[in-house]
Ligand binder design. Structure first.
Ligand code: AMP
Length: 403
């Protein structure tokens, strides 16, 4: 990870440090419901303040309409929670683009960066104005690192110094370790609704893993490709051929993608639908496959037991409905039980981990959804790339200065 500048490389005293955080937290009735992300940032904030710097915090919250202030997406609840946790007032600044007044040891939070026109489009002028606020820009928001936006990308081009924050570095370290030199067998589990959303991930993982398990609506498309009747289940007709090719590729490398031998299905898709456990060959035309069955779950648990490294994204079924949550529950529990180094990421996966109370058993839980998937695809995350470029430019300047 020597590709970035880090806070520890820099003299912070008296500096204005602009940190792009990920404070995109759940808010209900004006209060932060889950402050995990805010807590995670505290040690860094405290260290920077102790070093006599001034901190300006950036974050987005939700998806507001650009150019319009909307109280529903205000970071006010975050400022309040942050103040409580730090034991000092963290003012929320609305018109921060005009400049922010700060003394040494001060800390402020700027209102939602997504209220600013040009944030999403990575507008150059907005990025320059953001950069003018600081001496040092720090990106510590892995979950938005796959987006080139003004506060995650453009600003890093124009800030005098741009570096990676500790949370971002920790994520990249954990994820690169498993993708570069995993202890084998390496098992990937990719579930969720659609193949189309995860096709690149599936293709890229297939080249790296020793075993791949697919789940959810994704598995339905694979079942269809294997010539099985999936009744009225969710699947993507245009991706059946592709699924067939992926299965062939896997078979060729001796890592056949296992398909469910039994499933939980229903006649309707709703919370109260009755779940029927059926053998995969017994599916009727009006059946919807909504989870794997117990035999399949046990088989997957066995595969999990043999893996030394596990990457997990996406549920095996409609885990939000109790009667179709068993497959994902058993999967989560098997991962938690295993001695393998396990990494999980993605919004639904995190929800499942929390629902089934297996947080302790997962070695590393990524905060990224889209960023986690793009990392697994082997893509360079734009916000990371720009920090690497900034570090190269900085060290060239340092060398010139020494010369
Ligand atoms: P994704 O966002 O692609 O990770 O998909 C997660 C969603 O897929 C969850 O909301 C699940 O309820 C849904 N899902 C999982 N399995 C199925 C299935 N067999 N049929 C329909 N939806 C599913």
């Amino acid at each position: 990870m020597s590709d970035f500048l880090k806070l520890a490389d820099l003299d912070l005293s008296g500096k204005r440090v602009l940190i792009r955080e990920d404070y995109n937290v759940p808010v209900k009735h004006g209060r932060v419901e889950d402050d995990t992300r805010i807590r995670a940032s505290l040690p860094t904030l405290q260290t920077i303040l102790e070093e006599g710097a001034r901190i300006i915090l950036f974050s987005h919250l939700g998806r507001p309409k650009e150019g319009v202030y909307d109280e529903a997406f205000s970071l006010a609840p975050v400022a309040e929670r942050l103040s409580e946790l730090l034991g000092r007032k963290v003012p929320l600044i609305k018109d921060w683009l005009e400049g922010v007044d700060l003394e040494n040891h001060d800390i402020v939070l700027c209102e939602n960066v997504r209220f600013e026109k040009g944030e999403k489009a990575n507008d150059d002028e907005l990025a320059r104005r953001m950069a003018r606020l600081c001496h040092i820009y720090v990106n510590d928001a892995f979950a938005t690192a796959h987006r080139a936006q003004a506060s995650t990308h453009g600003v890093a081009k124009y800030a005098p110094v741009s570096c990676a924050g500790p949370l971002l570095i920790a994520e990249l370290k954990a994820l690169s370790a498993i993708m570069r030199k995993p202890e084998r067998p390496l098992l990937a589990i990719v579930g969720g609704a659609k193949v189309s959303g995860k096709l690149n991930v599936l293709e890229s993982l297939l080249g790296k893993v020793d075993q791949l398990i697919v789940g959810g609506g994704i598995a339905n498309t694979f079942l269809k490709a294997a010539g099985l009747n999936i009744g009225n289940s969710l699947y993507e007709a245009e991706l059946v051929d592709m699924a067939g090719q992926l299965m062939k590729r896997a078979r060729k490398k001796g890592a056949e993608i296992p398909l469910p031998s039994d499933v939980a299905c229903a006649k309707t898709f709703d919370e109260n639908a009755k779940a029927n456990i059926k053998k995969i060959d017994d599916i009727e035309d009006d059946d919807q496959i909504l989870d794997v069955g117990p035999e399949t779950a046990a088989h997957y648990a066995e595969i999990i037991g043999q893996a030394k490294t596990i990457v997990w994204n996406g549920p095996l079924g409609v885990f939000e409905f109790e009667q179709f949550s068993q497959g994902t529950r058993k999967l989560a529990e098997a991962i938690a039980r295993s001695d393998a180094y396990s990494v999980a990421g993605g919004g639904d996966t995190l929800a499942a981990i929390s629902k089934f109370d297996v947080t302790e058993g997962i070695s590393y839980i990524s905060t990224g959804g889209g960023a986690f998937l793009e990392f697994l695809e082997g893509k360079k995350l734009p916000a990371v790339q720009i920090l690497e470029e900034a570090a190269r430019a900085w060290s060239a300047m340092e060398r010139a200065r020494e010369f």
